[in-house]
Structure formats: C-alpha cells, structure tokens
Design a protein around this ligand. Structure first.
Ligand SMILES: Cc1cc2nc3c(=O)[nH]c(=O)nc-3n(C[C@H](O)[C@H](O)[C@H](O)COP(=O)(O)OP(=O)(O)OC[C@H]3O[C@@H](n4cnc5c(N)ncnc54)[C@H](O)[C@@H]3O)c2cc1C
Length: 317
C-alpha cells in the first residue's frame, strides 16, 4: 500500500503496484508489464483514480483485451476488489468488478431467469456491460435497468438508463472511449418456473460451448472477430474463417484453435505481435476468398509502433 498524491487524492490510500506483470489479468496470459497499477475497493476510490489519472486503462478480467507484450505505459485500474452485490428480487445490482458467472449462479439460487448465458463467460459486470456481452440469443442489455457511470469530462457520477448506454451488437457508447466508466449496474430478471429449468439451460449452454470452443486451459480472448451482416444475411466469422482452412494455423506462439476458427490460443508463450500478425493473416484470407472484411471483437492496448501499425491496418482496412 502506498499513499497516492494528487490534488483531490491527498491522503487517499489505494493499493498501488509498479512494474507489475498483468499476466493474471488477461485471459490470453500474455506477459505485459504495466508501469502503474491501482486496485480500488470502493466507488469513491475508483472515481478518485478516474478523476486524477491520465488516460487510465480499466481492466475487468481482461478477457477481451490484447495487452502489448511491450508493456503498458498508461496507468491501469483493476476492478477485482469492487465486488459488492445487492439483491432485491427480481432486481440484482452489482459492482463493476463482480464476476458475471458468480451473478449467474446467484440468479439460479434465487430462481431468477435471464442470466443463464453469463455462466460461462469469463467477464466482470463492468466489461460485460460496456461490451454488451451476449451468447445463445441473450445479451446483457436484455435485463439491464441502469448503471452508475463516472463521467470523466464532467467529473460526476451519473445514472445511465438503457437509452443512455446505446447498446448495439457487442458494443455500447462506453466501448473503447476514455470518458465513461461503469461503477455498478442494476438488472431486472424474471421469476422462473423452476430451479431446474434454469439449471438445464445453463448446462445446455455449457455443453454447447465445451463442444465447440477452446476452454481457458488454452488461453484465449474469446472470439477474435465480430460476425458480419452481408446482403441482410448474418454470417458467422468462425464459419468464414473455417472455410479458409485456418483451424490450427500458427504464427509464433499463437495459433488458430483446432476447435473454433474464430479463436486464437496462446499455445507457446505467444506475444501480442504473434496474435496481431495472425489476426491480419486471418482477415486477409477471408477478404481474398469472400470479399468480406472482418472487424475485431478484441481490443488491442499498447504503444509499440509496429504493433500499432498492424492494428491500424486491421481496424481500418
Ligand atoms: C473463453 C472466452 C469466452 C468468451 N465468450 C464470450 C461470449 O460468449 N460472449 C461475449 O460477448 N463475449 C465473450 N467473451 C469475450 C469477453 O468475455 C467479453 O467481451 C467480456 O465482456 C469482457 O469482460 P471483462 O470484464 O473481461 O472486460 P475486459 O476484457 O477487462 O475489458 C474489456 C473492455 O471493457 C472495458 N471495461 C472493463 N471494465 C470497465 C468498467 N468498469 N467501465 C468501463 N469500461 C470497462 C475495458 O477497458 C475494455 O475496453 C469471451 C472471452 C473468452 C476468453
């Protein structure tokens, strides 16, 4: 513990580490040293950091973040200690750092339906809300009521309604920006007919995932690219990549999963450059074969010049 100094932060004691390896805080298990990492425990500490740090990077479970192996210069805030939950059935309110699978299990115990899809997503509430996480036809926006959001521009905590959030497919107004941050979110679930029907749906989702996707024993960031709509038809990015025979295709220590062509796994000390080069190869092959440009679902964070060039080419092609 150190004392963090700043205009407003004078005397605020917030857990702070320097030269800290973020390997446990990204599901790809990339080794990425951050200059400064903070672990707030309350909304007040989180807001204080957001008000005083320059361009902070907020990390939940890092299950959608490709962190640069060259390290992270921006100050990092990890939300794992923001973990309060308030239950008033059918409402559940949870802090940004709460694990979504924990909430899913809690909803099961309360015989509330709507969170079944979250049981196998390795995310926090903050990450899932700002990315509009979803699976099996359900999205976090479906049961979202409101969120407490810190607005860095106005230095204020605001209540965002569903409309304020701007929910889209795997995106919201909060994705990839530096102004708004989720402190907590409130959801309204529905009473289920029985415990068993929720459990059954959770098991079904889990089995489907097990059969078609790599587990985190093969470190990964979930789907690399978003699905696409072409001529009004929804096309799965995984299907397009599979048709390009990309399963098991390697670059350095990164490889397209043999189970799912839209997953890249870290099979041998992969670097972020390996991952980016592989993404580019996957994108190029789909473009060549189908004249479709896949857009990333994962988010790259880093300052390396070469990596930023590749990322720019991937996101702007
Ligand atoms: C094995 C696996 C399976 C997956 N399956 C799915 C799936 O089925 N559906 C799906 O949608 N996704 C899936 N994902 C992707 C990922 O889990 C989601 O995108 C999730 O929402 C990310 O949550 P996180 O807490 O890990 O966020 P992070 O990866 O830590 O962060 C993601 C983004 O959210 C921002 N963020 C984090 N916390 C906050 C906050 N409090 N306020 C504002 N911004 C914040 C970060 O700065 C970053 O920009 C999967 C990933 C893996 C590894």
């Amino acid at each position: 513990m150190v004392t963090v100094w700043g205009n407003i932060m004078k005397n605020a004691e917030i857990e702070h580490k320097t030269e800290y390896n973020l390997m446990p805080y990204n599901t790809l298990r990339i080794s990425s040293i951050a200059d400064d990492v903070y672990f707030p425990k309350t909304h007040e500490e989180f807001s204080l950091l957001l008000a005083n740090l320059d361009l902070p990077l907020v990390i939940g479970k890092g299950s959608n973040l490709l962190l640069s192996s060259f390290g992270i210069k921006r100050p990092v805030i990890i939300t794992k200690n923001l973990n309060k939950i308030n239950v008033k059935p059918p409402f559940i309110e949870a802090d940004a750092g709460v694990s979504v699978s924990k909430l899913s299990n809690m909803a099961l115990e309360l015989k509330l339906t709507g969170f079944e899809f979250l049981s196998s997503i390795p995310a926090t509430i903050g990450g899932a809300v700002s990315m509009n996480a979803g699976a099996n036809g359900q999205e976090i926006s479906d049961c979202f009521v409101s969120a407490l959001v810190y607005d860095s521009d106005e230095d204020k905590i605001k209540t965002f309604t569903k409309e304020d959030m701007g929910f889209l497919y795997r995106s919201t107004k909060l994705k990839n920006q530096e102004r708004y941050f989720v402190l907590s979110a409130k959801f309204e679930l529905k009473n289920a007919d029985s415990y068993d029907c929720i459990q059954e749906l959770m098991n079904k989702n889990m089995e489907k995932r097990k059969a078609s996707q790599p587990s985190l024993n093969e470190p990964n960031l979930g789907c690399v690219f978003k699905n696409v709509i072409k001529d009004g038809e929804k096309l799965s990015a995984g299907m397009l990549l599979d048709k390009c025979n990309l399963k098991s295709f390697p670059v350095g220590g990164a490889m397209v999963s043999h189970k799912h062509a839209n997953f890249i796994i870290n099979f041998n000390n992969a670097t972020s450059t390996d991952y980016l080069c592989l993404m580019q190869e996957m994108q190029n092959r789909v473009k060549k074969q189908f004249e479709i440009t896949l857009m990333p679902e994962v988010i790259y964070v880093g300052d390396d010049k070469k990596e930023n060039q590749i990322w720019k080419q991937i996101t702007q092609s």
